[in-house]
Design a protein around this ligand. Structure first.
Ligand SMILES: Nc1ncnc2c1ncn2[C@@H]1O[C@H](COP(=O)(O)OP(=O)(O)O)[C@@H](O)[C@H]1O
Ligand SMILES: O=C(CO)[C@@H](O)[C@@H](O)COP(=O)(O)O
Length: 558
């Protein structure tokens, strides 16, 4: 009898990673990352000359299938001595809400020649922010309902979520809405491609589509009051038939097995979300620990014994992360994306030359220079809203701000200020949970950033004034997916059992430096004042600027 293995595939913003996990030792025996050929489509439909408006972010669904096939095939090549017969399950996780309109057989509308040139037929990526108008209207209508679902979602639904995105399609391209037999999360769509059958999962339904374990979806009357054409959306184009996380969605088809080199019939787990699958992989299976999944954006996951309402959180869903607990989600829409933007746009040629001479990336060069500085030495304080604010303000129309610039400000000072701003944003989230009765005793980090930037992690420990542990698996979400795959394949009785056996943290931890804690405490008080002034209506200048940028003139309300 050979060993047992499971495959996890994490579909991120830019790429998909496949890992093969040994279910005895918990080690990742092979992995492979495949970038999406078309990446994030935010300026023009590839090769079609169709320009996109501001705040749009699309993807090509064919990229997901290609990335899956190549990542798994290449991973298997590296897994010497492992037979496909020893692989018991496959789990996948995806960014969310990343959604697409499809025909009844799963064909994406953007793959049909007649709709190819229509942006609304493509995948809307999680960070597509052009449905803010619909989100605002939805929040208004939901706010007037009796027994509204809004408190379970922190008081506001984000434009990143499913219903605003569908409604935007209906408003701007009713022909696409009519032609779509189904609207589906990309997570469920890829499971459909693997198993040949459509399934839906409770995680994306709960966090992104307003579904509640006891109450189900909101009533038809709610959808009717949004727009009469949406009245039967759930029954006509979504589904009430949902699989709990950890269950088996189906088995790998012969066609997919041939393309990847896997065995047909391997169990495929119900789809799941990148942030949520990371919890068991990082050992977060009980209340008290806040997980930070830090990459392009940051997602937070916390568990609780009760359903509490926390302003500005993304949502609380019973069994949404770990069965038996209420799973809380919050997050920041841009973190690594801010540093990427700065490295691309804010660094002078001399720094590019220096980085090249030293064989460093620009991020590494800036980290080297910035870590020599003391907390507060840059004289800068920033608001990290370059992609809006997800938690706790839930407003995609907010923008970034940097205060304290002078003629001697250096690029590394600005880089450090952006990192500090994202840490203050995390502190707002952590404090809001604590103030609303959800304790945070420990912090665990995973995602790409904790492995890429040690200075950043120390700043987080200092700003949050907590010890920060880091998950040992570099590809934490993919490992979490492999755990769910193993549960679906029958290798473990539950995800908690899989986590207890396989999760690992790095032995070294980031301890708060008390001198920095004091300085950052003071700066955080100022961050909160700026946050509340610009984010809670004290000064709406960011919205005015955004409206002018969109060419809509000065709005009457501002
Ligand atoms: N040394 C670094 N320091 C800080 N950020 C970095 C560094 N190197 C890359 N990044 C940022 O990491 C982000 C990618 O994070 P990662 O977790 O790998 O991807 P994803 O979020 O797509 O899963 C990018 O936004 C990039 O700007
Ligand atoms: O919002 C969620 C999960 O709910 C994420 O999928 C989204 O922030 C994207 O995460 P990444 O930054 O690509 O890891």
């Amino acid at each position: 009898m050979g060993r047992n293995y499971s495959i996890g595939v994490d579909f991120g913003t830019e790429s998909a990673r496949a890992v093969l996990v040994d279910l005895e030792s918990g080690e990742v025996v092979a992995s492979h990352v495949k970038n999406y050929p078309h990446g994030v489509i935010d300026e023009e439909l590839p090769g079609l000359g169709v320009k996109l408006d501001k705040d749009w972010a699309l993807q090509n669904p064919s990229d997901y299938v290609e990335a899956f096939v190549i990542a798994v095939k290449e991973m298997l090549k590296k897994a010497e001595g492992v037979s496909p017969d020893e692989i018991v399950g496959i789990g996948i996780d995806f960014t969310s809400c990343t959604m697409l309109p499809v025909k009844r057989d799963g064909t994406p509308l953007c793959n049909l020649p007649s709709f190819r040139k229509h942006p609304h037929s493509w995948v809307k990526l999680w960070k597509h922010h052009a449905a803010q108008k619909e989100a605002d209207r939805l929040n208004e209508v939901a706010g007037r309902m009796e027994d509204s679902f809004l408190p379970r979602y922190g008081g506001k639904i984000s434009s990143e979520w499913l219903i605003p995105k569908i409604w935007q399609i209906l408003n701007e391209a009713p022909e696409i809405y009519d032609e779509a037999d189904r609207f589906i999360e990309a997570a469920d769509w890829i499971v459909w491609q693997l198993t040949g059958r459509e399934t839906r999962n409770t995680c994306t339904a709960g966090y992104k589509a307003l579904w509640h374990k006891q109450k189900g979806f909101p009533d038809r009357s709610f959808f009717r009051s949004l727009d009469p054409r949406l009245e039967n959306l759930v029954d006509e184009k979504l589904s009430r038939d949902l699989l709990p996380i950890g269950s088996k969605a189906g088995e790998l088809t012969r066609e997919m097995a041939e393309k990847t080199g896997l065995r047909p019939g391997i169990a495929v787990a119900a789809a799941n979300v990148d942030a949520h699958v990371s919890a068991p992989a990082a050992g977060v299976v009980r209340p008290g620990t806040m997980l930070m999944i830090m990459g392009t954006s940051t997602c937070n996951i916390l568990l609780g014994d009760e359903e509490k309402w926390v302003p500005g959180m993304c949502g609380v869903v019973e069994d949404g992360v770990i069965p038996g607990y209420y799973g809380y989600e919050a997050g920041q829409s841009a973190v690594g994306d801010i540093f990427a933007w700065f490295v691309k746009n804010g660094v002078p040629p001399a720094y590019h030359r220096e980085a090249q001479e030293k064989g460093l990336s620009l991020h590494e060069l800036l980290e080297q220079k910035a870590e020599r500085m003391e907390a507060g030495e840059s004289g800068l304080l920033a608001l990290d809203w370059l992609n809006g604010n997800r938690s706790v303000l839930v407003d995609a129309d907010l923008t970034g701000l940097i205060l304290g610039l002078s003629l001697d400000t250096k690029p590394e000072e600005i880089y450090r200020a952006w990192i500090e701003a994202t840490a203050f944003g995390q502190r707002m989230i952590m404090d809001t949970f604590i103030e609303n009765g959800i304790p945070v005793d420990r912090l665990v980090a995973c995602g790409g950033l904790p492995y890429k930037n040690q200075m950043l992690m120390q700043i987080y420990a200092d700003v949050l004034n907590r010890e920060v542990s880091v998950a040992a698996h570099l590809h934490t979400p993919a490992v979490g997916s492999a755990m769910f795959g193993a549960v679906a394949g029958g290798a473990f009785r539950s995800i908690v059992e899989a986590s207890e056996k396989l999760a690992k943290l790095k032995p070294e931890r980031f301890q708060p430096n008390q001198k920095n804690v004091q300085i950052y405490e003071r700066l955080y008080q100022e961050y909160r004042r700026l946050h509340d002034l610009f984010g809670r209506g004290g000064n709406d200048v960011m919205k005015l600027l955004k409206q002018l940028k969109r060419g809509r003139g000065v709005p009457v309300s501002l």
